[in-house]
Design a binder for this molecule. Structure first.
Ligand code: UGA
Length: 434
């Protein structure tokens, strides 16, 4: 089966490599010619454990190739999977769907026979219907007989463990609506996912709108869980409680569960902030108040700000601050909506000297210095701020770090250290809710 994956970002590249591993003939398409050239040479453009190996395996097996020529790739494809980005649009809330529509228009123009169009990007409810209508209209206008079915098949992978999540998903959600070509689409989706179904991974088959909602509901729920524990962390600080103990005991109730109850500087990344904002905007358009999602967003903003203010208040004027971690989470080089970048900018604006290090992320940091390693960043610093809980930071010898520093402030934005250990190492420690 020939599968065309459009967009070679996190979701697209991981999907392309995974389906190539399961034996599909996969063509990855991207408008970025330099990226396509790198991918064709087997160079992985992102830091994602296991992805480079999977990419090289697919290229060597001949199951995976890359091109910029979307039109040519579509002509003999059975499935086109769109994984282009849907960033927040110019209004600051709603998803910008222009990249999705560009793929849709190419499919409408070049589809020849039966084709399944999978939408993997996170798109507002109803987008699948708009895409299908757009395609049908264009095909009719050119007098063609091609049948294109639009399927919603949201992605649930987490950056940093994307390959594993993709090879062993908790569930596969497929949304197909009734129509004359529904059987054709269902059969192709079953063929695509057969290796996973064979492993006993559950498939949730539903209508397209429900599948579109599942994605937003899942991300908003997880974001709410994080914001809930962050809200409790503020209370814990006031009353002298320890949010880590609170979260652990709460999580032992199977109705609550232990996951996503780590208090910290708030969630970031390319998904939660964008998707929660988009859900709130969708609700507003429909005359609905998505109150819990809006509150999750508000608590997240407040949690970041609370931590930033605590750091700023704990510094002497023109201090040298080491920032450990720039990626929005460990095991990725992604800095989209990363709280660390906002903190660095705030510190620079307040007249402090920032020396930052991240094992994978190397972004431009106006006014700050990027250091070659963690110890270099800490050397001579008045304060150390831990923003991303990479294993190498968690395992650092705090006493040795303290000796390299001038000051004794340690702001732990991820509760990566035991307060007692940090104190014994000579630090004035501040965590989140501890
Ligand atoms: C998230 C979802 O977890 C995936 O299921 C989904 O597929 C993806 O968005 C998406 O929509 O594409 P991701 O953004 O890669 O995945 O990362 P997460 O591991 O969910 O972390 C998101 C943020 O929440 C990070 O900033 C992380 O530090 C923070 N977080 C997570 C906490 O502050 N506390 C926690 O307990 C867990």
């Amino acid at each position: 089966m020939k599968l065309v994956v459009v967009g070679t970002g996190y979701v697209g590249l991981v999907s392309a490599a995974t389906f190539a591993k399961t034996g599909c003939d996969v063509v990855g398409v991207d408008i970025d010619a330099a990226k396509v050239a790198r991918l064709s040479r087997g160079e992985c453009p992102i830091h994602e454990p296991g992805l480079g190996e999977l990419l090289q395996e697919g290229l060597a097996d001949g199951n995976l190739s890359f091109t910029t020529d979307l039109a040519a790739a579509i002509v003999d494809a059975q499935i086109v999977l769109s994984a282009v980005s849907t960033p927040t649009g110019p209004d600051g809330e709603r998803a910008d769907l222009s990249a999705v529509f560009a793929v849709v228009d190419a499919v409408a123009e070049h589809a020849t026979g039966d084709l399944v169009f999978i939408n993997k990007s996170t798109v507002p409810v109803g987008t699948g219907r708009i895409c299908e209508e757009r395609i049908e209209k264009a095909i009719a206008a050119r007098g063609a007989t091609a049948r294109v079915v639009v399927v919603s098949n949201p992605e649930f992978l987490q950056e940093g463990s994307a390959v594993q999540n993709s090879l062993e998903p908790h569930r596969i959600v497929i949304g197909i609506n009734d129509g004359p070509a529904k059987m054709m689409a269902a059969e192709r989706m079953a063929a695509l996912y057969r290796p996973f179904i064979g492993e006993g991974i559950p498939v949730a088959l539903m209508d397209r709108e429900s599948a579109e909602v599942v994605k937003y509901a899942s991300n908003a729920f997880l974001a709410t869980k994080i914001s809930f524990i962050n809200m409790m962390s503020a209370l814990c600080e006031k009353v002298g409680a320890d949010v880590r103990q609170v979260a652990a005991a709460m999580g032992q109730d199977p109705r609550i569960g232990p996951a996503f109850l780590r208090a910290g500087v708030g969630y970031g990344g390319s998904c939660f902030p964008k998707d929660v904002r988009a859900l709130v905007a969708t609700g507003r358009e429909l005359g609905l108040d998505m109150a819990i999602a809006a509150a999750a967003q508000q608590v997240n903003d407040a949690q970041r700000e609370r931590f930033f203010q605590a750091v700023l208040a704990g510094l002497s004027p023109a201090a040298t601050v080491a920032v450990w971690g720039l990626a929005f989470k460990p095991e990725t080089d992604d800095v989209r909506e990363s709280p660390a970048l906002e903190l660095a900018a705030k510190l620079v604006a307040a007249g402090h000297r920032v020396r930052a290090f991240d094992p994978a992320a190397k972004p431009a940091l106006p006014g700050a210095e990027l250091c070659a390693n963690a110890l270099e960043a800490a050397t001579g610093a008045d304060a150390l701020v831990l923003m991303t809980e990479w294993a190498e930071f968690r395992g650092a010898d705090l006493a040795a770090v303290r000796k390299l520093m001038r000051g004794d402030r340690l702001f732990d934005g991820r509760n990566a250290y035991e307060p007692e250990t940090a104190k014994q190492a000579g630090f004035a420690y501040r965590g989140v809710g501890v």
